[in-house]
Design a protein around this ligand. Structure first.
Ligand code: ZN
Length: 128
């Protein structure tokens, strides 16, 4: 992650949907073809398209295996919908972003299957 990205993420804290969306688009515009953002380090935060619909700390469950805290690992961007060929209908599959949280200490890394916690941020229905 470069410095521009970091400062954008700083601007994100506690902002309105409008500012949030603008910053999100600005970041994504740097690599419009990307469908996934992977950030596995202590300071990584998901890039939220909107201020509303974000999980609070209490919404993100601890690791089901070791009971330790979960951390942001990667997020799926709405651009993926385009690659799925999803049409822009009212009842089409849609999301603003999907954020995946996994065990901070990667305690289950040796296991074939890891339970991960996805948080789906949806666009408000009025915006579609
Ligand atoms: Zn764990």
């Amino acid at each position: 992650m470069d410095n521009t990205m970091n400062s954008l993420l700083d601007i994100f804290e506690g902002n309105s949907d409008k500012k949030c969306w603008a910053s999100f688009q600005q970041c994504i515009a740097k690599a419009p073809e990307q469908v996934l953002r992977y950030c596995r380090n202590a300071s990584a935060k998901p890039l939220w398209p909107m201020a509303s619909g974000q999980p609070s700390k209490a919404d993100i469950p601890n690791c089901s295996y070791c009971g330790g805290p979960s951390d942001f690992e990667f997020q799926i961007l709405p651009q993926l919908l385009y690659y799925f060929g999803v049409k822009n209908d009212a009842d089409s599959l849609d999301w603003a972003t999907i954020v995946l949280y996994t065990c901070k200490s990667s305690c289950e890394a040796s296991m074939a299957y890891k339970e991960e916690f996805p948080w789906v941020q949806l666009y408000p229905t009025s915006a579609t």
